[in-house]
Design a protein around this ligand. Structure first.
Ligand code: SF4
Length: 370
């Protein structure tokens, strides 16, 4: 796992270890964890079923990428390879997942979840997340999640509770608001913020608000000379070199990728479910996605441009992962439609790659006169 470099990061690491222990206790008393990868899946729905949901974005390394590369075609993205490697090795958080939500969002996730389904002792529930933004596509997504709940009842004896899902949604919303406010304050360093977001991904949100507030209160003051937005696919915990490069120039970050602000519903109480039904949670999750894979995706470009203006960012880094078609194919449109300079990085977890790309980030920041 990534090593902490500040007092706040050390506290996040110790809290993450605490969460891992609480997952072990939960499982030893008969509870089941559900692991998922894409922000499109509503974790409250899993909580409503009685699972402990965890978004698993850890152990991203060349070692895991190489291991996963043996289980799938070479031309799939480093995140998916590292994910496969993590499952095969059972390392860290991967060894604590009982059931996987196999949300198919592209060819690579489809391949990944079918490879996982072939592994021994690994359970995957396959759900297709439609790219088309239409009512019928939303209904199709909702129907699949309804079916998933029925399958969980038959397989594990889990009965869906809307009340439990609502409680979880409320805690998620409160903690999300704390993180959003901290991000927009621009007073938290990029790496500290990254650790806080990753704590959010795996923690039980019940009671997390108080912990986050305590951590933020003791965060080292950060006063950036400028702000850079980062958009693109998910950033795994270990995927920090872009943040390090930006932070070393005393720039702050507004994370607009799907492990950043894009995870939260739009910022008012309208973002909280009111009935907690499967249909409602599915509809909100489907409607809130701000991923480039959406068709049409004009709103996503608008969201990123508006967020850049609202937060007075000086530039945008579009960080994609090699072989990821979702964001990289949109690079020219990003370059031409954003109101600030754009740097496109097509990345992997290789050390040499990080060093080469880091020079590009430095040069980009220099052009912004940092
Ligand atoms: S980039 Fe899009 S498809 Fe991939 S994990 Fe993020 S939201 Fe899901």
């Amino acid at each position: 796992m990534l090593q902490p470099e500040s007092a706040l990061q050390e506290k996040c690491l110790s809290r993450i270890e605490h969460e891992l222990n609480s997952i072990r206790v939960f499982r030893s008393s008969g509870g089941k964890t559900l692991g998922y990868l894409c922000r499109g899946f509503p974790p409250s729905l899993a909580a409503g079923l009685g699972f402990r949901p965890v978004r698993v974005l850890q152990e991203a390394s060349v070692e895991m990428e190489d291991l996963g590369g043996k289980l799938a075609r070479q031309d799939i993205c480093p995140l998916i390879k590292a994910f496969l490697g993590g499952i095969d090795s059972g390392r860290g958080l991967f060894g604590l997942i009982d059931v996987w939500m196999g949300l198919a969002t592209c060819d690579q996730t489809r391949r990944c979840f079918s490879a996982i389904a072939d592994m021994e002792d690994v359970t995957v529930h396959h759900v297709q997340l439609p790219a088309t933004r239409s009512q019928s596509a939303g209904k199709y997504f909702s129907d699949q999640l309804q079916q998933f709940c029925l399958d969980c009842r038959d397989l594990y004896g889990f009965e869906y509770s809307a009340e439990r899902a609502l409680g979880y949604s409320m805690s998620l919303w409160i903690t999300g608001e704390i993180l959003r406010t901290a991000t927009l304050s621009a007073q938290i360093s990029p790496l500290d913020l990254h650790w806080l977001f990753h704590l959010f991904l795996i923690a039980d949100p019940d009671g997390l608000a108080e912990i986050l507030l305590g951590l933020l209160e003791k965060a080292e003051p950060f006063s950036p000379d400028c702000m850079i937005a980062i958009a693109g696919g998910p950033l795994a915990l270990e995927d920090t070199w872009v943040l390090q490069a930006v932070q070393s120039k005393n720039a702050g970050v507004i994370p607009l990728h799907c492990t950043g602000l894009q995870m939260f519903p739009f910022g008012d109480l309208n973002g909280i479910p009111v009935t907690g039904t499967i249909e409602e949670l599915a509809g909100r999750a489907f409607g809130d996605i701000r991923c480039a894979r959406s068709r049409p995706n004009t709103e996503i470009f608008q969201y990123i441009n508006d967020s850049i203006s609202d937060t007075s960012c000086d530039g945008l880094i579009l960080k994609t992962l090699k072989f990821c078609d979702l964001w990289f194919t949109e690079r020219e449109r990003f370059r031409s439609s954003m109101n600030v300079p754009v740097l496109v990085l097509d990345t992997s977890y290789g050390r040499g790659d990080a060093e080469r790309q880091r020079n590009r980030v430095d040069a980009f920041l220099e052009t912004l006169a940092l």
